[in-house]
Design a protein around this ligand. Sequence first.
Ligand SMILES: Cc1ncc(COP(=O)(O)O)c(C=O)c1O
Length: 378
Amino acid sequence: MISKIWLSAPHLGTSEEQYVKQAFTDNWIAPVGPQLSEFESAIDVYLNASSFSTALSSGTAAIHLALKLLDVTIGDEVICQSFTFCATANPITYLGAIPVFIDSEPGTWNMCPVVLEAAIKDRIQQNKKPKAIIFVDLYGMPAKIEALLKVASAYDIPVIEDAAEALGSTYKKRKCGTFGQFSIFSFNGNKIITTSGGGALVSRTKALQERTLFYATQAKEPAAHYEHQHIGFNYRLSNVCAAIGKGQMEVLETRIAQRQANHRFYQEFFSGSKDISVFTSPHQKYQSNYWLSCILINSSSSFSPTALIDHLAKHFIEARPLWKPLHLQPVFKTNAYYGGSVCEDLFNRGVCLPSGSNLTPSDRLRIAEVLSEFLKRK
Ligand SMILES: Cc1ncc(COP(=O)(O)O)c(C=O)c1O
């Protein structure tokens, strides 16, 4: 039976199981415990900037809490990158606020700073100054962060960096996940490291981290009977899951190198192709972890992304289209959108190829053979 090659499968190291066993031995089977604190410290040390992480049950929960801490509430507008997974925008709606979507720029595929500024001006003119901005480092590629932060600061609007896919990427040598008022990571099973499911909210100050913890644990005021002046959430990561995360942090650098090696493999494979280009950093200041390796098919080419994805699927190789822009999703069809067709064009022409850090040389060979067979027939 031929084994399936997944798009991005979990990849455990050698110590995760031992740390989970330790949590069992010590009976820290709760959303509190030593592994949780150690996992958070490991993230903070890794980020190597003034960053204070709170480990949570998901990246989605982290975005929800960041918006809550920025006082986003019913009727507010929040600017959001359109080209992303739905989890970037969904938490805006959990608070009764309204996402306003922005197109990408073609270099990084992330939020276009020029369109961002035009959108802010227009919303202000309509007396609807945005309450926050969420940009994304999609597929691991850092956004044009400096330009985005400059626009945001000119209009005094706080920023959340959605670095769910970008742990280990850097912008001008500074780690993604350390920009804006808040950043978030995801440790879902498909991410560069996993806690099976989980996320983190990274604050820039200790005081904000304390507020995060307060809201993530049901907003309990300091009283034995649990006094409540605010509505909180049950969003803390389990200590058992954090034990997995602690082990994963030990292999993070290796995982980044392995994903970057996948990207180099695809670059080499498609070099000289007239039909396909591999999505690559537009400048050395953007260092991607290449969480997923993505390609674009020329519009003049004789085949579609779907044909390629179907061909790979027939050979038990998983590939996927790029994220469908959120302004094109039925659920957001009435939301405001600023920009042109950059992200729509990427969606129409793009494919994510198998990118797991556990791809073996023989997996790569199989992928190369199946791709070659497809391209020869076209
Ligand atoms: C860009 C982006 N934002 C947010 C999330 C949400 O993370 P989670 O699945 O941990 O809730 C994900 C991942 O799923 C993502 O890819």
